[in-house]
Design a protein around this ligand. Structure first.
Ligand code: NAG
Ligand code: NAG
Ligand code: NAG
Ligand code: NAG
Ligand code: NAG
Ligand code: NAG
Length: 423
């Protein structure tokens, strides 16, 4: 009886939500198109796990994963392990993490058998939330706002601009606060991303904390990206999730989140891409991190992704033109996507923890041990770093060095979005 009442309440809640801020259904996508796409996305599972957050995790035969639907990958041979795993050095010389690592919620309910990979099932309602099937699982292209040159100069004052950073000028509808380095050939980057659950006002807004590796021109760059995200439009909830992204043309025609298109080749049965993370950090309590490491295997040009000490899989080098050789910039930090950035009233979507960078450890979100990899095959602190913040009154960033010791700085970023200093 009680169960029924709570089910009813849940239904009412869902109805309220679906008529409220969270997504009135928009353009109608023809039913046959939805069915066709679902058939492609829904691979037959060896085992199915129902996660507590409502996700369905399908354990799919590793050779039947979505990547192999890509025409260019038809004859692809899976690389099961990278030819080397670069050592990640931390400031105290130890390779271990100093902070506890987040886990994934679905793992409480089981694990996937050997020879399979866990895939978060895409359901009909997920596709129905998108404006179009082309838009599903994709970032919108980076259109650039014509910004006032003089005003722009303020924003890049922290960059010692030699070759010009890849990210200027500022893309439309996005606000970032990042630590960055550029101008060399990088074949990897790593960092420990502090995990929080920022408020995201409404779809299609999202908030990320992530690492980017990029190469190419401002409007057609190639990138591989990973981190955590809160996005109702993609996942139908407000949990903090592990995500990946790639593009070969500045988000225009190629690329997607997670495994929603056919590109990333997953080798691990331990990690669900798009899966919810737990636990999150809370103010002045234990701080949890998501340690990520992305590097290119020079023998195959595949870009490998590691979640802590687990090799998750790779983006095949064949997806790219420039990234086949190296990345030329690395960025660590947060991004808010919203139609109401650089506008008043500003979006209330938060970045990081929702606290400003100035509030430092225990309140502000941080990325620890940012490292780059060059052809020396061992991770180092970049020789120079810059800071970029699109809207320093809304989302701030500081590379904070405590005292005068040898300790390296800790990068803090984020903010609440709309606030008295960001009206
Ligand atoms: C997806 O596949 C599973 C079996 O693996 C099936 O039970 C389910 O109905 C399918 N869902 C859709 C929407 O096709
Ligand atoms: C895959 O292999 C077949 C047979 O060897 C060949 O005809 C085809 O062109 C290859 N496809 C790609 C995308 O390389
Ligand atoms: C550009 O920005 C500068 C400084 O913020 C301001 O003085 C100037 O009026 C602006 N010019 C235009 C065309 O908006
Ligand atoms: C950047 O340039 C400024 C002024 O020229 C200088 O004070 C600062 O130390 C430089 N920063 C780095 C990281 O090189
Ligand atoms: C990763 O580290 C954890 C604990 O730090 C350990 O239990 C586990 O065996 C390691 N896994 C791999 C694949 O090295
Ligand atoms: C940016 O936001 C406007 C609404 O303010 C929207 O019309 C446009 O499509 C968005 N562009 C991108 C690239 O997201």
């Amino acid at each position: 009886m009680e169960k029924r009442v709570s089910m009813l309440l849940l239904l009412i809640l869902l109805c309220t939500l679906s008529n409220g801020v969270y997504g009135k259904s928009k353009a109608r996508i023809p039913r046959f198109e939805i069915n066709r796409r679902l058939k492609l996305l829904n691979k037959s599972a060896v085992k199915t796990i129902k996660s507590e957050d409502g996700d369905i995790i399908d354990c799919v035969d590793i050779y039947k994963q979505p990547a192999f639907d890509h025409p260019a990958l038809k004859n692809h041979t899976i690389q099961m392990q990278p030819s080397f795993i670069p050592a990640v050095e931390t400031s105290n010389g130890k390779l271990e993490n100093s902070r506890p690592v987040v886990s994934q919620l679905w793992k409480r309910r089981g694990s996937c058998p050997k020879g399979t990979i866990p895939i978060r099932r895409i359901r009909r309602q997920d596709l129905l939330r998108a404006n179009s099937l082309d838009e599903f699982g994709r970032k919108s292209p980076e259109h650039f706002e014509r910004t006032n040159k003089t005003a722009n100069q303020d924003r890049i004052m922290h960059l010692n601009n030699t070759n010009g950073p890849i990210l200027s000028p500022t893309p439309e509808n996005r606000s970032t606060a990042i630590l960055l380095t550029y101008g060399f050939n990088f074949i990897g980057a790593s960092g420990e991303i502090n995990v929080w659950n920022p408020h995201v006002e409404k779809p299609p807004e999202f908030s990320t904390a992530q690492i980017w590796l990029k190469n190419g021109e401002v409007d057609s760059f190639e990138s591989v990206e990973a981190g955590w995200i809160v996005s109702f439009s993609l996942y139908a909830d407000t949990r903090t999730r592990f995500f990946i992204y790639w593009t070969a043309d500045g988000y225009k025609n190629t690329g997607c989140f997670d495994l929603t298109c056919y590109a990333f080749v997953q080798t691990s049965k331990e990690i669900t891409i798009g899966g919810a993370l737990e636990p999150g950090s809370s103010t002045h309590q234990q701080q949890y991190v998501l340690p990520l490491n992305i590097f290119m295997d020079p023998s195959t040009s595949n870009w490998w992704l590691m979640y802590h000490n687990i090799t998750v899989g790779y983006w095949p080098g064949s997806l790219f033109y420039l990234l086949k050789h190296s990345a030329t910039s690395v960025e660590w930090g947060g991004q808010v996507y919203s139609f109401n950035v650089r506008k008043s009233p500003h979006t209330k979507t938060a970045m990081g923890s929702g606290y400003n960078a100035e509030q430092l450890y225990g309140l502000a979100c941080f990325i620890g041990h940012p490292r780059i990899l060059d052809y020396s095959k061992s991770y180092k602190y970049p020789t120079f770093v810059g800071i970029w913040k699109d809207e320093y009154n809304c989302y701030s960033a500081i590379n904070y060095k405590e005292g005068n010791g040898n300790s390296e700085p800790l990068f803090f970023f984020g903010g609440p979005g709309q606030s008295p200093r960001c009206p």
